[in-house]
Ligand binder design. Structure first.
Ligand code: ADP
Ligand code: NI
Length: 186
């Protein structure tokens, strides 16, 4: 089996215990977004694919692992070289919004996966995820609306690649329409 298929099987099983498939569905959308962006950029597509598939495998909200233990155990079990492993791990660790704030990922592979993850936070899916997250944390609708202003509306201008910028424009406009409609209905 191809390594990316093995990684898909691995994350499907990894996320199966702790949510109703949300972690896995998010991962697969990020993977598809990342491969779409990767077509337009000079990059190592194998690194992009594996970093996208494994990007939330050690998310501290879901797992109590240290030093990317889940991603590393998958990679070492599949004989991925140390050099490739470190490139994948570096890309994964460059993705997080909170850990990196204003820092742009140093490698193109990290930039692509970060864009792919951020695309999944905006648009129709972003809206749905925001309210799902709010509900899951016992927050009301108005609290979730705040999250648009604190984070989601900023993401469009933080995209690294031209492809992601273009995709983000449409999703951003859709969120503005949604917020406008929200105001009118309130
Ligand atoms: P990701 O895997 O995309 O980095 P996160 O774990 O940071 O996702 O967040 C999961 C989803 O919940 C995202 O769509 C994010 O926008 C949303 N979210 C995160 N924090 C909040 C919050 N305080 N209120 C509402 N939604 C949130
Ligand atoms: Ni993610």
């Amino acid at each position: 089996m191809k390594l990316t298929e093995e990684a898909t099987t691995y994350v499907r099983q990894l996320f199966s215990g702790n949510s109703d498939g949300h972690g896995f569905d998010h991962t697969m959308r990020v993977y598809r977004n990342a491969m779409m962006i990767a077509k337009e950029e000079p990059c190592d597509r194998q690194i992009v694919a594996l970093a996208a598939l494994l990007h939330d495998a050690d998310d501290h909200k879901l797992f109590e692992t240290e030093n990317n233990a889940n991603a590393r155990s998958f990679l070492s079990a599949h004989d991925v070289s140390e050099e490739t492993t470190e490139r994948i791990i570096a890309a994964i660790n460059a993705v997080s919004f909170s850990k990196n704030r204003d820092k742009r990922p140093e490698t193109i592979e990290g930039q692509i996966v970060q864009d792919a993850d951020r695309l999944d936070a905006i648009g129709a899916i972003g809206i749905a995820r925001t309210f799902a997250f709010g509900g899951g944390h016992g927050r009301g609708l108005e609290d979730s609306i705040q999250h648009f202003h604190e984070k989601l509306l900023l993401l469009k201008d933080m995209m690294n690649t031209g492809t992601a910028k273009r995709l983000a424009e449409k999703r951003h406009a859709f969120m503005l329409d949604f917020l406008q409609e929200w105001e009118e209905e309130n």
